[in-house]
Design a protein around this ligand. Structure first.
Ligand SMILES: *[C@@H]1O[C@H](CO)[C@@H](O)[C@H](O)[C@H]1NC(C)=O
Ligand SMILES: *[C@@H]1O[C@H](CO)[C@@H](O)[C@H](O)[C@H]1NC(C)=O
Ligand SMILES: *[C@@H]1O[C@H](CO)[C@@H](O)[C@H](O)[C@H]1NC(C)=O
Ligand SMILES: *[C@@H]1O[C@H](CO)[C@@H](O)[C@H](O)[C@H]1NC(C)=O
Ligand SMILES: *[C@@H]1O[C@H](CO)[C@@H](O)[C@H](O)[C@H]1NC(C)=O
Ligand SMILES: *[C@@H]1O[C@H](CO)[C@@H](O)[C@H](O)[C@H]1NC(C)=O
Ligand SMILES: *[C@@H]1O[C@H](CO)[C@@H](O)[C@H](O)[C@H]1NC(C)=O
Ligand SMILES: *[C@@H]1O[C@H](CO)[C@@H](O)[C@H](O)[C@H]1NC(C)=O
Ligand SMILES: *[C@@H]1O[C@H](CO)[C@@H](O)[C@H](O)[C@H]1NC(C)=O
Ligand SMILES: *[C@@H]1O[C@H](CO)[C@@H](O)[C@H](O)[C@H]1NC(C)=O
Ligand SMILES: *[C@@H]1O[C@H](CO)[C@@H](O)[C@H](O)[C@H]1NC(C)=O
Ligand SMILES: *[C@@H]1O[C@H](CO)[C@@H](O)[C@H](O)[C@H]1NC(C)=O
Length: 742
């Protein structure tokens, strides 16, 4: 990369647009009129303040971080981020107090005649280049003299490499930033590695009595205290956002007024090309997140051409690996794609995909069945949808249709599930990919304790995908594989009936009690000690995974992944079904550490029954997949138990499963359903966020942000929970069924 040529090029662009006057280049062009009012959301989450702005021209999120009196000043400093879903793009600025005393500078975006606090920026296409430069502007207030120490302009992934990794900055990206002063203001600009797109940032003193002045010394910007008109824009092509009325189906339009915050967030994350996994760090395609969300939200999502359902399924098919049928977990697009390609010596802006997850493959047929067989609008769309040519986003799939890619994915599932259907050995279960330490939703380093064979994939996702492949084959979706209509069903039955036993853990009552007592002394935080009376029988649960670290044959952590079987399958092995449902119910009803329930919600992992020390050490209240509460498993468990109970009201009582006739088991399930919903309702404030933790004090589990808990041993920095996540919006569709209220 020749930096001198970049600077020359930038000077040219700047002169062309700003003209001789030197006025802000962003102010001169007016944006195309939008037919709907802009959508805005303000979500304070101290020390973070989140603002979302979208209209028909631009969608962006701004996050301002400013230290509080009790902030850990080694972790929390003044920071401003602007994130655009388009291209997974972002810009990030770290500020420091000029006097060097951490905590003495506060920054804020304030309401003004510019916006409340955000307003759009739009500057029409430069000569010849097709894309306008779009973003947001606002008034930024510094309460004392400040220094802009680091700017990262381009991709959210480059920002995450700095904020989450060991503070990596790439000279090739950093050195391409140009600094230009303009009166008392300053402009920063970076041309992306694609040589076409640029990110532009300006600061101008704001207000008639402004004391503000920005100066550049040695590529560092210095600010006098005061207000500045701040604007951030970039010229990557924007996507088409699905407005609340087009992301929801018409039956669900009332949600726009009933749950305005959730529908606005859903709309912000929804585009005609794909749904995004969550706010700023995840404002892009993630396969698992979008499919779990679509499965749970299907009753309220729009269907048909250009709908939310088709955005999800189309985005997944477009990105399937054509060679082996794997579903893409996360895409790499925008500036980071060019960067990644360059590291391989390739000069291309082509996107790429990460295929390390194994669970995502199995959600696809299940979602296709839900849409193309069970949804009337989806049914009518199948032929047109499957003949869509792939390649418009993922050039690697050119010459294939989405239907071809659906077939390649189903072939993969048939191939990987074949051996176990023939011979039920542990070796024939589905393993993580070689060399990968994660592969399903608990994708932190020790999330499933290093296990190679995950519980959810083997006992629920694989059989559910096979059931769906059989149904899709009967529906004519795989015209050349008609035999799957029976073969996949036959194999599904084996996977349903013969996998749980590999994971089952049964601990006699006395031993269970003694393990809880030991856990109470081992847990590196306070846990309730008066739960003894709740262990009234042997304890049964299913291991998170097999073949874990520390020679654990079974990773014996009680967990919520039973929800996948309840939600996705109607199994028919009666004795197994009865005891499986009963143990889920018992584990939900018992208070942590005897079970999964806390007043902060149902925890996704409970290590108390593991006999080795490592369980209590690794699955903590500070671990991303530890003894913490995630929103979407609450929704999936609630819905799953409801679907199982619904099997007890068929037209003919005799066809109901046996558990329906066992009053104690059905009562246990119903009690668990209600205990779960009571806790969901008690924690409604948290539900739209990703994950939260707790601290036990005065007999209560007090909700506490995960970000402030100490990370478990072996984990680097703590993870910031996400203010809004797609799958945490599932409660738009999943509600308590009053019929089962006790
Ligand atoms: C001051 O803030 C910086 C940046 O956030 C941090 O790296 C440093 O550790 C802090 N120093 C002290 C003494 O807190
Ligand atoms: C700016 O805000 C910080 C944090 O609230 C505070 O400690 C500091 O005293 C303020 N500075 C001025 C000059 O008001
Ligand atoms: C800024 O304006 C928004 C929207 O009108 C309003 O909700 C918010 O309370 C205002 N903030 C302040 C600090 O006045
Ligand atoms: C368009 O911009 C480029 C720099 O990006 C410049 O070299 C060229 O002369 C411009 N063309 C016109 C017609 O202004
Ligand atoms: C961008 O331009 C530089 C310098 O001319 C060139 O080396 C590089 O290959 C170009 N990058 C792409 C992605 O075309
Ligand atoms: C500018 O930065 C360079 C490298 O960091 C340093 O050597 C030089 O002394 C600085 N100059 C001024 C005027 O601060
Ligand atoms: C697609 O799958 C094949 C076969 O497993 C693998 O070799 C290839 O690397 C994958 N493609 C990508 C882009 O990861
Ligand atoms: C698609 O087909 C065209 C023409 O048959 C061929 O040139 C091209 O290489 C193919 N692309 C891919 C990705 O297979
Ligand atoms: C527990 O965490 C430690 C790191 O502190 C790691 O070495 C060990 O393998 C982990 N064990 C399990 C079962 O996750
Ligand atoms: C259901 O679980 C309870 C423990 O909560 C146990 O006492 C009962 O025996 C179980 N019933 C069946 C049928 O497994
Ligand atoms: C399971 O049964 C319930 C109740 O009849 C039904 O609503 C649900 O769709 C069924 N699930 C599957 C995967 O067949
Ligand atoms: C445990 O004790 C606390 C008081 O310390 C009480 O509030 C709570 O209800 C008790 N929990 C159980 C399960 O008995």
């Amino acid at each position: 990369m020749k930096h001198t040529s970049l600077v020359t090029l930038l000077a040219g662009i700047s002169a062309t647009n700003a003209g001789k006057s030197g006025a802000s280049l962003l102010a001169r062009y007016s944006a195309p009129a939008c037919s709907n009012a802009p959508s805005t959301l303000s979500l304070p989450d101290a020390p973070y303040d989140n603002f979302f702005y979208s209209d028909c021209n631009v969608a962006a999120q701004a996050v301002v971080t400013t230290p509080l009196l009790d902030s850990d000043l080694t972790q929390i400093g003044p920071r401003l981020i602007v994130a655009w879903p388009a291209g997974n793009s972002g810009a990030c600025w770290f500020f420091a107090p000029q006097n060097g005393v951490n905590g003495s500078l506060s920054i804020a975006l304030v309401n003004s005649t510019v916006g409340n606090p955000l307003a759009p920026v739009y500057s029409s296409a430069k000569n010849g280049s097709a894309n306008p430069s779009v973003g947001v502007k606002s008034v930024l207030r510094f309460n004392s003299s400040a220094v802009l120490t680091i700017s990262i302009l381009g991709s959210i992934r480059t920002i995450r490499d700095f904020t989450e990794g060991p503070s990596i900055l790439y000279p090739e990206i950093q050195d391409a930033i140009t600094f230009t002063t303009n009166g008392n203001g300053v402009q920063l600009n970076r041309l992306w590695l694609d040589n076409v797109t640029s990110t532009t940032l300006t600061f101008q003193p704001w207000g008639s009595d402004s004391t503000g002045k920005a100066t550049v010394v040695n590529r560092t910007v210095h600010f006098e205290p005061g207000d500045y008109l701040f604007s951030a824009a970039m010229s990557y092509p924007q996507m088409t956002q699905l407005e609340p009325a087009s992301v929801l189906n018409s039956r669900s339009a009332d949600l726009i007024t009933q749950m305005p915050g959730q529908t606005a967030a859903l709309s912000f994350l929804s585009y005609s090309e794909k749904l995004l996994a969550g706010a700023w760090r995840f404002l892009t395609y993630f396969g698992r997140d979008s499919m779990i969300s679509a499965l749970l939200l299907e009753p309220v999502l729009s269907s048909g051409s250009g709908s939310a359902m088709e955005a999800v399924i189309g985005a997944v098919l477009e990105r399937v690996n054509r060679t082996d049928g794997s579903v893409c977990h996360e895409e790499t697009i925008g500036d980071y794609a060019t960067w990644t390609n360059e590291q391989e010596g390739i000069y291309s802006n082509a996107m790429s995909c990460d295929y390390k997850m194994i669970d995502s493959d199995y959600y696809l047929p299940v979602l296709m069945q839900k849409y193309f067989l069970q949804n009337p609008l989806g049914k009518s769309r199948a032929t047109a949808f499957f003949s869509t040519q792939a390649g418009s986003v993922n050039a690697a799939n050119r010459n294939l249709t989405w239907g071809d890619l659906a077939l390649i994915n189903a072939e993969r599932i048939m191939r990987l599930t074949g051996p176990f259907a023939k011979e039920q050995t542990k070796d024939n279960l589905i393993h993580l990919k070689a060399g990968q330490i994660v592969g399903q939703w608990r994708d932190s380093t020790y999330g499933i304790g290093g296990g190679r064979i995950p519980y959810d994939v083997n006992t629920a996702l694989a059989p559910a995908a096979l059931r769906s492949i059989a149904a899709l084959a009967r529906g004519g979706v795989y015209p050349h594989e008609k035999q799957w209509a029976t073969e996949a069903d036959k194999n599904a039955k084996v996977w349903e009936d013969s996998t749980l036993q590999f994971f089952e853990v049964t601990i006699p009552r006395k031993e269970a009690q003694s393990r809880i007592d030991t856990y109470q002394t081992r847990a590196p935080f306070t846990v309730p000690t008066n739960t003894s009376h709740t262990i009234d029988s042997d304890v049964t649960f299913h291991a998170l995974s097999l073949d874990g670290y520390d020679s654990l044959a079974q990773v014996q952590v009680m967990n919520t992944d039973d929800c996948f079987r309840h939600f996705l399958l109607n199994t028919t092995n009666e004795a197994q079904l009865t005891s499986f449902l009963n143990q889920t119910a018992s584990n939900i009803r018992r208070t942590f550490p005897a079970g999964l329930m806390t007043s902060a919600g149902m925890v996704v992992a409970n290590p108390a029954f593991g006999s080795e020390d490592v369980y209590a050490q690794n699955w903590t209240t500070g671990a991303y997949h530890g003894t913490v509460v995630w929103s979407w498993p609450l929704a999936m468990m609630g819905k799953g138990l409801e679907l199982q109970m619904a099997r007890c009201d068929p037209k003919t009582k005799t066809s109901a499963p046996q558990f329906c006739h066992d009053a104690s088991v059905l009562g246990n399930v119903k009690a668990a359903y209600n205990s779960l919903w009571d806790s969901i309702e008690a924690n409604s404030q948290q539900l739209s966020t990703e994950v939260w933790s707790w601290v036990y004090r005065s007999g209560e589990f007090d909700v506490t942000p995960l970000g402030v808990m100490p990370p478990p041993p072996g984990a680097g920095a703590q993870t910031e929970s996400d203010i809004r996540q797609l799958w945490s919006l599932s409660f738009l569709a999943v509600t308590r069924n009053e019929k089962y209220k006790s």
